[in-house]
Design a protein around this ligand. Structure first.
Ligand code: GDP
Ligand code: MG
Length: 154
């Protein structure tokens, strides 16, 4: 059986979250939940890179606007690790549309519009691995022990 404590997810604070000073708030939610930060950097995204990241959405009417938005200012790119990191990341982030996102989630608490929803989190283990490889070189991903790990996962 796969070791789910080694699961990793790609999380990105979008330009609106960075510009609104919400990096710390988002990171705190992931830290408080018990996930482990293993990589992080600020990136000024190129249109080519944004198009690759959102490749599955290229037929959508909002695609051009999405690429323009993601490249409009720096994003905070991160890799978080831990048991069920992908599923937990999606739960912390909340529904895509902030008008439907539960209070207590990043989008439910901090955003109001679907095109300015603060944060991205991978939606499956497969897409997480794909996105981590798209955003980070192997050597940019750290390997360290979370001292509290024994209190977070049996
Ligand atoms: P996510 O995985 O929850 O981020 O949602 P998707 O993968 O479906 O879409 C990626 C991003 O595209 C979302 O986070 C939104 O920023 C944007 N998006 C999705 N649907 C819409 C839409 O109907 N209109 C607009 N303007 N943006 C959208
Ligand atoms: Mg998505």
């Amino acid at each position: 059986m796969a070791d789910s404590s080694a699961e990793r997810t790609y999380v990105m604070i979008k330009p609106d979250g960075v510009a609104r000073g919400l990096i710390g708030d988002v990171i705190s939610r992931f830290e408080n939940k018990g996930l482990q930060l293993v990589a992080m950097k600020l990136v000024q995204v190129t249109p080519e890179h944004a198009e690759k990241h959102y490749e599955d959405l290229k037929s959508k009417p909002f695609f051009a606007g999405l690429v323009e938005f993601i490249t409009s200012g720096p994003v905070c790119a991160m890799v978080w690790k831990g048991p069920n990191a992908v599923r937990i990341g999606r739960l912390l982030v909340g529904a895509t549309n902030p008008a439907e996102a539960a209070v207590g989630t990043v989008r439910g608490d901090l955003a109001a519009d679907i095109s300015r929803n603060i944060v991205h989190a991978s939606d499956a283990v497969e897409s997480a691995n794909h996105e981590i490889a798209l955003w980070f070189k192997d050597e940019e991903i750290t390997s360290w022990d979370l001292p509290a790990a024994q209190w977070i996962c049996e």
